[in-house]
Design a protein around this ligand. Structure first.
Ligand code: ADP
Ligand code: ASP
Ligand code: MG
Length: 916
């Protein structure tokens, strides 16, 4: 094992024939020097504790001897020129493509299958290996002894893969290389362990091994298939300069020179090159940073002037959004270079952001393809002109959405910034001094505030730097604050010219507003390819789904929670069950019941309850009802941007939650009258909230069941009509009773008949007392702008005074006939005057009052014409003065009430963007 004392005192250098021979004239001599006298020249490297001569592909002295033969061969190939151009294509295989021996074989098959062109194959480390390598360093650095067993796991993974793939010499030489590398790594890690520190170049050297091994294995497998293949340690060829922003810039000239030299020595139709790794001009190993193999492939594409660069991965192409976050994401057929760049910059990790620039230079198209699904054509990234020729320009306005998490916003605010030149310079100078990466910037044109996003982990340093830089301005009040808003995410919408096309950003913000997402900052690049918004982290996925569905799905997906599966609730569930498919297919409305709760049991689902068997499921999987948990479950379902709770109870406690739900962005739909007829101040608060937010509260079925009463009233008001009076028969029960209280029939007999037919509440006094009608009157009165309490409405109670305290409904029904006489007289008087009795509610808007009472109407009055349990409502307005506007129809019963609720749900869907 190399001695530790020196292991960390030098930067790792790569020594290669090329680094020794800067020009062709001296090359031969230098090469032979290198090969013949390896030890003196390599001594510094040996002291480093690792072996560098990957260029020779061999490491031990015996192999160095073998390399001399290579040199001889190379000499004979001296005249081989690198044939650049479109006889080459570049293929990059991501970690998942080479995750196992099976997959590596598969990749090899794909490579050899078509020998019509030369291939430069860039290969990533086997899946997870780079993470494992970083983890080794982390462990060693923090003195966690398990780095040793973790390194063993790395060895074992590659050893067993090689055993599966290779045999004979190829296996032998790979394994000896592998063991050699591992023992060097062990020494380096031990040094890191002792020093508790790792330099960047040590780290880059260690983590790059995954690529070295996968490239060698793949190359061997191809040779085993009888094809010539060379593997390339790209640290010998790719020269990059580190930049301040933790990135590297390729040195194309130097890399091209080195490539030509490399090719002279290793001419081959199939080159397997390591992704991710490169060298600095000083030959210090470095990397192209995480996921950098895509970038390697693009640089190679440019160096070879290849026909095309194909990025093979595990998805069918670039999706309109991260498919792990948006299951409805669709594959994009084409993307322009700029679009692809913006998508990748803003977090679509299917492509490394730096991949575009090198290929764009030479107009080399990139294809993203799925190695596991060769039938999928993939996504083509190329110049937009080509897109236009493809005739796909029409669909290219908004292409995709991407997100970046773990950000914080910094807001520098103050009146002293306006018109003061150099403020932005000072701000970003301070940010640069702490080395933070600014991801987006937004400045209001009033110049009152500059707001920008930085990675969360850098925000404290940034805030401190700004506070100290602007100490004076802050003290003097020219700047009012340097505020940090933590826990933010960026959502970027990307598309050719979208930002300059009217309506696109409106739709985007509309979709966000509808999903009740608060936008904290906005930036629109003048590139016109991108609109970026900052949202709270917890809203990010919801925001992504909301905007994605707005542009891609046109299917409005709503998560629903049904509260109170009683008569109305269960009827609604049946209606939903019967309509779901049609709504989805014909109207693109996807209603998913994520929970049903009664007062004792609730049933929750993450994907949507199967409505044909919700009762069975409730029995099997029901849990103890908990309204708070229920609301949270339905709402927190991040898969679906919109949530509605449908309250089918008549409970005032459930109604007392509406405010809170609406505030959280949960839409509320209900036939429950309690909220709107409860205390006035609570009602006003609720309505005010509804108006301020984009959260909807619909309650059409509270009056007249499914009849369009509230919507008619709203329509009149919104179009500028003035309501003078609303008068109507609002109770289906009382409508039935008085429609049938004719001739010689006793009142109690008709009530009994109504009860029998199921028209009344279990205790008919609940209907006869008139409170229910009064609640409807108050709802309409408030809707018309009157500020009345329920107690302001005089109610004629039809329950005879002595029976109001009766213990039970039965007792009441039994005693009711004793009072028939009074009602019979009433009826007779009316009859004698050519009139009928009707129990009505009246909203007298002009005089700001309401009343519920038994009235007499002429026999030709529309109210006298009713039959069954119909409701009838007459609106007298400025426009409908002589002839009131009348709405009439069945106004009670589970079917029509549930129908009314259902129509509110569809109304909600259309407000949320469903097509009409
Ligand atoms: P590889 O190892 O092949 O480089 P990556 O994991 O780096 O693969 O990139 C592919 C992954 O990128 C996909 O599996 C997918 O989950 C993710 N991804 C994120 N955003 C997108 C997007 N918009 N389109 C396609 N894939 C995406
Ligand atoms: N293996 C490297 C990484 O995981 C590079 C790559 O796969 O693109 O970051
Ligand atoms: Mg990748």
């Amino acid at each position: 094992m190399p001695s530790l004392s020196v292991a960390i005192s030098h930067s790792p250098h790569i020594l290669s024939p090329n680094s020794l021979a800067r020009d062709t004239k001296t090359k031969k001599i230098c090469q032979s020097q290198y090969r013949s006298f390896p030890l003196p020249l390599r001594s510094s490297i040996f002291r480093m504790g690792f072996v560098s001569c990957r260029g020779s592909k061999e490491t031990s002295n015996t192999r160095i001897f073998t390399s001399v033969t290579d040199v001889l061969l190379d000499e004979s190939a001296e005249e081989v020129q690198l044939p650049k151009g479109d006889t080459w294509s570049v293929h990059k295989f991501g970690g998942t493509c080479v995750a196992s021996s099976e997959r590596i074989k598969n990749v090899a098959d794909l490579i050899v299958e078509d020998d019509s062109e030369r291939k430069l194959v860039v290969v990533s480390a086997m899946s997870k290996v780079t993470d494992m390598m970083y983890d080794l360093i982390e462990k060693a650095q923090s003195r966690d002894d398990s780095y040793i067993s973790a390194l063993d796991a790395v060895l074992e993974k590659h050893r067993s893969t090689a055993l599966d793939l290779l045999d004979g010499d190829e296996l032998g030489s790979f394994l000896s290389q592998l063991h050699h590398d591992i023992s060097n790594l062990k020494a380096m890690l031990r040094a890191i362990y002792i020093a508790r520190h790792v330099t960047e170049s040590f780290m880059d050297f260690v983590v790059g091994h995954g690529e070295l091994w996968s490239a060698q294995m793949l190359s061997s497998v191809i040779r085993k298939k009888g094809m010539d293949s060379k593997w390339m340690d790209t640290r010998e060829v790719l020269i990059v300069n580190p930049t301040s922003a933790n990135q590297v810039d390729p040195d194309y000239l130097e890399s091209e020179k080195r490539l030509e030299k490399w090719y002279h020595q290793n001419p081959s139709k199939i080159i397997i090159a390591t992704g991710f790794i490169a060298s600095t001009p000083q030959n210090i190993p470095t990397t192209l940073k995480r996921d950098g193999s895509d970038f390697s492939a693009a640089i190679m594409g440019a160096l070879f002037r290849a026909r095309q660069v194909t990025i093979w991965t595990d998805v069918d192409g670039v999706y309109s959004a991260d498919p792990r976050k948006v299951s409805e994401a669709v594959i994009l057929q084409t993307l322009s270079y700029q679009e692809a760049w913006e998508m990748s910059y803003f977090g679509a990790n299917v492509l490394h952001p730096r991949t575009i620039i090198p290929v764009m230079r030479y107009n080399i198209p990139i294809k993203i393809r799925n190695i596991f699904n060769l039938s999928a054509p993939g996504t083509k990234i190329c110049h937009p002109m080509v897109n236009e020729e493809d005739g796909q320009n029409g669909e290219s306005l908004v292409k995709g959405f991407a997100t970046i998490d773990n950000l914080a916003l910094v807001n520098v605010e103050g009146t002293g910034m306006a018109g003061v030149p150099g403020t932005a310079h000072a701000i970003f100078g301070a940010v640069k001094d702490v080395g933070a990466n600014v991801i987006m910037i937004s400045q209001a044109s009033s110049e009152h505030s500059v707001c920008f996003a930085v990675p969360e982990k850098e925000v404290n340093a940034v805030a401190e730097a700004l506070k100290s830089r602007f100490r004076q301005a802050l003290d003097a009040g020219r700047l009012s604050q340097v505020a940090v808003i933590p826990n933010c995410s960026i959502l970027a919408a990307v598309g050719q010219k979208m930002a300059s096309t009217p309506g696109v950003s409106a739709s985007l913000f509309n979709a966000l507003a509808k999903a009740n997402i608060n936008v904290r900052a906005i930036a629109q690049g003048c590139s016109e390819y991108n609109i970026t918004v900052v949202v709270k982290r917890e809203d990010c996925i919801k925001a992504l789904k909301a905007v994605h569905s707005r542009f891609y799905l046109s299917r409005t997906t709503i998560a629903m929670g049904i509260i109170g599966p009683g008569l109305i609730g269960s009827t609604l569930l049946e209606q939903l069950r019967d309509q779901a498919a049609v709504l989805k297919e014909e109207f693109n409305i996807d209603l998913r019941v994520m929970g049903i709760t009664g007062s004792r049991t609730m049933l929750l689902s993450d994907v949507g309850i199967e409505l044909s068997r919700w009762r069975e499921l409730q029995k099997e999987k029901g849990e103890v009802a908990d309204l708070k948990k229920f609301a949270q479950h339905v709402h927190r379902n991040h898969l679906i941007p919109n949530t509605v709770l449908v309250d089918c109870t008549a409970d005032s406690i459930v109604a007392s939650h509406y405010y809170d739900w609406l505030r959280k962005g949960i839409h509320v739909i209900t036939p429950n009258k309690k909220a709107n007829s409860g205390p006035l101040n609570q009602y006003l608060k609720l309505r005010a909230l509804q108006r301020q937010s984009y959260t909807h509260y619909f309650y059409e079925a509270t009056v007249g069941a499914g009849l369009p009463i509230i919507s008619t009233l709203r329509g009149l008001l919104e179009t500028g009509d003035k309501i003078l009076r609303i008068e109507g028969i609002f109770s289906g029960t009382l409508s039935y009773i008085f429609n049938n209280f004719i001739g010689k029939r006793a009142f109690s007999e008709v009530v009994a008949e109504a009860k029998q037919a199921g028209y009344t509440e279990p205790d008919p006094r609940d209907d006869l007392s008139g409170t229910d009608v009064a609640r409807k009157v108050i709802i309409l009165a408030r809707e018309s702008g009157l500020r009345l309490e329920l107690s302001d409405i005089p109610i004629e109670n039809l329950v005879p005074e002595p029976l109001r305290a009766s213990a039970s409904a039965e007792e009441f029904m039994q005693k009711l006939p004793q009072f028939d006489r009074d009602m019979a007289k009433n009826q007779q008087d009316a009859e004698d005057a050519g009139e009928v009795l009707r129990y009505v509610g009246v909203v007298d808007v002009v005089n700001v009052k309401g009343v519920v009472e038994l009235r007499r109407y002429k026999k030709d009055h529309p109210f006298a014409q009713l039959s069954g349990s119909d409701n009838i409502i007459a609106f007298t307005t400025t426009r409908y003065k002589n002839q009131p506007l009348i709405v009439r129809g069945p106004g009670a019963g589970a079917e029509v009430t549930a129908g009314g609720v259902f129509s509110d749900i569809l109304q909600l869907a259309s407000y949320l963007g469903a097509p009409s």
